[in-house]
Design a protein around this ligand. Structure first.
Ligand code: ADP
Ligand code: MG
Length: 341
């Protein structure tokens, strides 16, 4: 794992002036309480501004732990691992919802996001950490089982038949979990919180001091640095996908963990990171992976055809392209190009 855990804590940094004054109806506190824990192969942190912040943070930890047990392909008892093993299963709750939504988003992204990439992801060793470069025949054989057309869902999505495919929620599980957690906090009456689940940030409500949330965007060329800052008001999902988040090297070549469904090999799209801002965590996570696969031109065309997200796209050369809805919200030292409709 190439994730540098202490650095992940820096993924979210909140700046701003001190509170000007407490709003009389505000039910929380001005100082957040941070709960950190490890789940879904990632160090996660939740900052809650509330009088019950410890219990609220613990509730999020419990929620994500329960989701991981359902959604992780490497936990043998998970519903998804059983589905992969048996090739068919009765689906319940989150797995049912997530599979339906992921298949739909796969179709919307022209297959750039594809939950059946698991056979390829496994072939390259990304699930176990036993990394290897497979040969062309192995990749061709694994690609035979790729594509959501292999999957047959029952009428309500409550059963699935895989038809030889293998499924992985790696590209969407953290976003789905972040959204569930945000909804849970809101239901518990929390009016201000920020969650950082690896590259997935989710804000809940507004900062007590009235300032925007400010989220650092990591420099893909140097994980220790931030390349820019994004300010967000209110509840939102801010999700970054980048090859630098997980990779291995062999004979001087770097192989990263986001796979191109067209080739069965790590994506080489000319992008080094994609950040999506959307109202929903699942959507933002799925799209951050999909637009990374698409590359700059297809990604900006896709954005022009959509109305439910904004994006910051960083190229391999370090150039930033920012969709117009975020133009006034992105700050970086080197300037950026605004992508217009
Ligand atoms: P991260 O998990 O680092 O936040 P992503 O959300 O981009 O990154 O998800 C990448 C993960 O999704 C990979 O580790 C793998 O499990 C899976 N995956 C890789 N390529 C694809 C793809 N084209 N479509 C769907 N899932 C993918
Ligand atoms: Mg993703």
């Amino acid at each position: 794992m190439k994730q540098k855990l202490p650095l992940l804590i820096l993924a979210v940094f909140v700046v701003g002036a001190l509170a000007v004054g407490l709003v009389s109806t505000f039910h929380g506190t001005n100082e957040p309480v941070e709960t950190d824990f490890f789940a879904m192969d990632t160090l996660m942190g939740v900052q809650v501004y509330s009088r019950n912040a410890d219990a609220d943070g613990y509730a999020v930890q419990t929620c994500i732990g329960a989701l991981e047990k359902e959604l992780s392909v490497t936990i043998e008892t998970s519903e998804i691992a059983q589905l992969n093993r048996d090739g068919h299963a009765v689906l319940t709750g989150d797995v049912q919802a997530l599979l339906q939504r992921t298949i739909a988003l796969s179709a919307r992204t022209g297959g750039a996001l594809d939950p059946t990439m698991y056979s390829i992801v496994r072939l390259w060793g990304f699930t176990t950490g036993s990394y290897r470069v497979p040969d062309g025949d192995e990749i061709a054989a694994a690609l035979e089982t790729v594509g959501t057309a292999h999957i047959t869902l029952g009428e309500n999505g409550d059963t699935a038949l895989l038809g030889g495919a293998q499924i992985d929620f790696g590209a969407v599980a953290k976003g789905y979990a972040a959204q569930q957690s945000a909804d849970l906090l809101a239901a518990r009456g929390v009016t201000a919180a920020i969650l950082s689940l690896g590259g997935n940030v989710q804000t809940v409500g507004s900062r007590p001091d009235g300032n925007d949330w400010v989220i650092g965007i990591r420099d893909p060329a140097d994980e220790a640095q931030m390349i820019g800052k994004l300010s967000v008001s209110g509840s939102a999902a801010i999700v970054t996908s980048g090859g630098y988040q997980r990779y291995f090297e062999e004979n001087g070549v770097t192989y990263q963990h986001i796979m191109d469904p067209a080739t069965g090999a790590p994506v080489k799209s000319g992008l080094s990171s994609v950040t999506i801002v959307a109202q929903d965590g699942f959507l933002a996570d799925g799209l951050s992976t999909a637009l990374y696969v698409m590359g700059l031109d297809k990604a900006t065309a896709f954005w022009r055809d959509s109305d439910d997200f904004e994006a910051v796209l960083i190229t391999d050369d370090g150039d930033a392209y920012v969709t117009e809805g975020l133009a006034g919200r992105y700050v970086c030292a080197d300037g950026f190009t605004v992508v217009t409709r």
